[in-house]
Design a protein around this ligand. Structure first.
Ligand SMILES: [Ca+2]
Length: 203
């Protein structure tokens, strides 16, 4: 895969975004992506290297903000990669989310997604819901790794991550870094042994 570290900006990545809750007047099926490649904000820095992908939302910077309210803004970043069909693989990424003024249940969230058949499921939000996916994660202000196992049914699959800026709060932070894919059995962490849990694996 290309540029899973975001050190080369947006190279390799495709993005779509939508705003508002579906079925309401606020819904807009195609909006400009919220995320950008940068250096983080408010003390949040890249998991590795200099850069990370994602965005922050600061309520006091938003003239429409009047206190916590549902937003339902979503963004999907994807890329198509070559894989060996029928061999189990792992999609791994480091995620960081955090909120101020939320309380539980209003948090910003991220999940990992894979279209194992290499089709266009990740080309739209409706079909992305049919793709293999993790649960939605909220990370409480720290970097944590998330992994999604999948078995390709084609020589190319689409992998990605989806951001849900669910609530407009005093502040929210949604970031991702160090996305990679590796075959489960041959070169993944399961074979690396306990002495080298952080060694570089094939990308
Ligand atoms: Ca990075």
């Amino acid at each position: 895969m290309v540029n899973g570290s975001f050190e080369n900006g947006l190279e390799g990545w495709t993005r779509i975004a939508c705003a508002g809750k579906k079925g309401t007047e606020a819904f807009n099926a195609a909006t400009s992506p919220m995320g950008k490649v940068g250096f983080g904000e408010d003390g949040y820095t890249a998991h590795s290297g200099q850069k990370l992908y994602g965005f922050s939302y600061i309520g006091s910077d938003d003239p429409t903000w009047k206190g916590p309210a549902e937003l339902w803004n979503r963004e999907l970043i994807t890329q198509t990669i070559r894989v060996t069909p029928d061999r189990p693989h792992v999609l791994e990424a480091w995620l960081l989310t955090g909120d101020q003024g939320s309380g539980w249940g209003r948090d910003a969230r991220i999940r990992l997604v894979v279209d194992e058949a290499g089709g266009d499921l990740l080309g739209a939000f409706e079909t992305a819901d049919q793709a293999n996916a993790t649960q939605w994660f909220a990370m409480q202000h720290r970097w944590l790794p998330v992994r999604l196992q999948f078995t390709p049914r084609a020589e190319r699959v689409a992998i990605g991550a989806e951001f849900l800026h669910w609530w407009a709060l005093e502040a929210s932070y949604l970031y991702i870094d160090d996305i990679r894919v590796y075959p489960l059995a041959a070169t993944g962490p399961s074979d690396a042994g306990p002495s080298a849990p952080d060694s570089e694996q094939s990308r």
